[in-house]
Design a protein around this ligand. Structure first.
Ligand SMILES: *[C@@H]1O[C@H](CO)[C@@H](O)[C@H](O)[C@H]1NC(C)=O
Ligand SMILES: *[C@@H]1O[C@H](CO)[C@@H](O)[C@H](O)[C@H]1NC(C)=O
Ligand SMILES: *[C@@H]1O[C@H](CO)[C@@H](O)[C@H](O)[C@H]1NC(C)=O
Ligand SMILES: *[C@@H]1O[C@H](CO)[C@@H](O)[C@H](O)[C@H]1NC(C)=O
Length: 623
């Protein structure tokens, strides 16, 4: 990728490209650029951007979304913080009020979250799969890749000297590992503008992200036009490259032996995708929706071509991309988030609209950016992740199960099992939101790649290295109230859980953001912990108002007509599975919810469908 960028850089030094410092957003002279080349920091620290044009649509690299700040919206641009950072000296994690280090993450986790398996009565696995998938659109996974594949010595002698390492220490009285000799779990510090050499390291660490801060399906189309062209487009009929294997359609596969799918079990399992983004070879939920969305693109492009035989490949491709992105946002805002956050709540907050017409939330005062807190609090979803994947046949008969953690970086497993996993996804419950977490999430998480790893303890540690303010500061931000004693927390946390907190934290201000969220009650009318809800609403609003290409707008470049928008509004996850899910011929209409009374499994013929007729171009008939 780096080489590709350098080539681009050199060719474009001659052309009309403008170079921006990725952190500050300032324009760089050619002299400046040479300095970055010398320091080998161009990949992370420079955005190369073509001049913005007022009538162009959404760019693959997200630039020019806000013409006043052309580089904002592109990858490697800064996030923002809802509350100022809290660090100790040298940007080490803050200390507790008494001056002691905060309690070990692992010991906090084992004290407040028990291990076990309790199924939810409401949501399906499909909900958690979709949730992790959409997060991949705006969150980089490089921090996980870092300690699993790049910086692997964090628990060894070498790791003690490496500033990048922040392993989780396991106490001797650990409920699981007192029976083993494991005393350390690998983990690395979040990568930042500072660690990548873009900004002086005596400044507050700011996380660096490889995705664009907009809901624009980076994990399908990538975040760079060159890479999309090289790895994604077929350059024929608006299609993405595709392959057939075992009677199913797949994204193109990697031809080299060295792949990211390190858990594939050779010789039988070989499939590993070669797409513009690694989201199609990561965790199961992301892999599933990447495959389905990939197929959805080609299905829509093919229908558009039938309707409009005079359209060029380019026009077919980018119109299809627009539609697929809009369908995805429609499902996030009108199906997923209402399930998690409460429909009435989101209406009240102005995040969703009650009528189907256009609306224009755009406000050019906002630049496309994500808050560090938004990305972080969604890690709460690990609590409702069920660790066993149950597989069913197309008639709903149970076949077998496999551990979720054993399917990470193992795309090849899907070749024989995709249809059974698909059928299971809308039949199997998610895990319940109940302070009890799946043992595989709590002790394994990375299949055979790590002997032991606790995703919750890692989440807690990461929060400390992100430098988040104490939990009570976020409570104050959300409720306006001041929390000075443990008792004050009774408005959001049950008394017995406050007792658990007291066992680990001496002062109420010591409580970590994530620990507080784990123990909260859900928001009224919704399902998320109150503080997670509050920090997410802010971002859902920002994603919408800062996006000039937001699909509900009537007056953006390439805007939908009202008839087109009304079709996009019919999108549902059930419809997507009917269209591109293997062997799905029947499904419940609200597939994030378990099938049952009022949500019975019915024929796909009865599921509302999007018609592409409003995209019919009558000019094709004139020719
Ligand atoms: C330059 O930076 C890239 C990307 O960070 C890295 O992969 C490469 O090894 C570096 N090259 C040198 C010579 O340091
Ligand atoms: C900043 O970088 C210098 C030189 O590489 C190093 O000695 C120092 O420890 C770093 N400081 C921080 C806060 O990372
Ligand atoms: C993961 O799957 C492989 C292949 O099916 C199997 O050999 C292995 O035992 C599994 N590992 C775990 C930890 O379940
Ligand atoms: C940490 O990483 C090293 C090197 O990859 C590995 O040998 C070790 O088993 C890992 N530790 C745990 C607890 O998984």
């Amino acid at each position: 990728m780096f080489r590709l960028f350098l080539l681009g850089l050199i060719s474009c030094l001659r052309a009309e490209s403008i170079f921006y410092d990725s952190y500050s957003g300032n324009v760089l002279t050619h002299e400046n650029v040479k300095l970055y080349i010398k320091r080998n920091t161009t990949f992370w620290c420079i955005n190369e951007i073509q001049p913005c044009k007022s009538l162009e649509g959404r760019r693959v690299d997200g630039s020019c979304n806000n013409p006043k700040y052309p580089s904002r919206g592109a990858p490697h641009t800064p996030t923002y913080r809802l509350l100022p950072a809290y660090y100790d000296k040298d940007f080490e994690p803050r200390k507790s009020k008494s001056g002691e280090p905060l309690p070990l993450s692992r010991s906090v986790r084992t004290n407040v979250l028990a291990e076990g398996r309790v199924p939810d009565l409401r949501f399906t696995q499909l909900l958690t799969h979709f949730w992790v998938y959409i997060l991949g659109d705006i969150i980089s996974v490089h921090d996980s890749v870092n300690y699993v594949l790049w910086t692997t010595h964090c628990c060894q002698e070498e790791g003690k000297k490496d500033k990048a390492c922040t392993p989780n220490i396991i106490p001797d009285d650990d409920p699981v590992h007192r029976f083993s000799s494991i005393r350390c779990m690998n983990l690395t510090r979040p990568m930042s503008f500072q660690s990548q050499g873009c900004v002086r390291n005596d400044t507050i660490p700011e996380r660096i992200m490889s995705e664009t801060p907009a809901l624009d399906l980076n994990h399908i189309y990538g975040a760079s036009l060159e890479i999309l062209n090289a790895k994604g487009r077929l350059f024929k009929n608006g299609l993405l490259k595709f392959e057939e294997e075992n009677g199913k359609l797949w994204p193109p596969s990697m031809k080299t032996k060295e792949t990211l799918c390190i858990l594939n079990q050779p010789p039988h399992e070989t499939r590993c995708h070669d797409t513009p983004n690694s989201g199609s070879n990561s965790i199961l939920g992301s892999n599933l929706f990447s495959i389905w969305t990939w197929r959805l693109h080609n299905r829509i492009a093919t229908t558009l071509l039938k309707l409009n035989p005079c359209w060029s490949d380019d026009r077919l491709f980018f119109t299809t991309r627009d539609i697929v992105i809009a369908i995805n946002i429609q499902i996030i805002y009108y199906e997923l988030m209402p399930a998690l956050m409460g429909y009435e709540n989101l209406v009240k907050e102005g995040v969703i609209s009650t009528n189907k017409e256009f609306r224009d939330p755009y406000d050019k005062a906002f630049v496309p950016q994500t808050s560090l807190e938004f990305m972080y609090v969604q890690r709460w979803a690990h609590v409702i992740q069920e660790g066993r994947i149950k597989m069913y046949d197309e008639n709903g008969y149970y076949l077998k199960e496999q551990r979720l953690v054993n399917m990470t970086l193992r795309t090849g497993y899907l070749v024989d099992n995709l249809e059974y996993i698909t059928q299971g996804a809308f039949r199997q419950p998610a895990a319940k939101y109940d302070y009890i977490v799946d043992p595989d999430m709590a002790e394994t998480i990375f299949g055979q790649m790590q002997v032991a790893s606790d995703v919750f303890a890692s989440d807690l540690t990461k929060g400390r290295y992100f430098g988040f303010a104490p939990y009570v500061e976020y409570r104050k931000l959300c409720s306006g109230k001041t929390y000075s004693t443990f008792k004050d927390l009774l408005d959001v946390i049950d008394p017995e859980r406050i007792e658990l907190l007291k066992e680990k934290y001496k002062h109420v201000e010591d409580i970590d953001l994530m620990t507080g969220i784990w123990l909260e009650r859900p928001v009224k009318g919704g399902y998320l912990p109150v503080t997670a809800y509050c920090l997410m609403v802010e971002q859902l609003h920002r994603l919408m108002v800062s996006d000039r290409h937001w699909y509900e707008r009537p007056n953006r470049p390439n805007a939908f007509t009202l008839e087109q928008l009304l079709e996009v509004r019919k999108a549902s996850v059930a419809e997507i599975l009917c269209a591109v899910g293997d062997t799905v011929t029947e499904i419940q209409p609200h597939a994030f919810y378990l099938p049952g009374k009022g949500n019975e499994i019915i024929s796909c013929k009865k599921i509302q469908k999007i018609s592409l007729w409003p995209w019919k171009d009558w000019k094709c008939n004139e020719k």
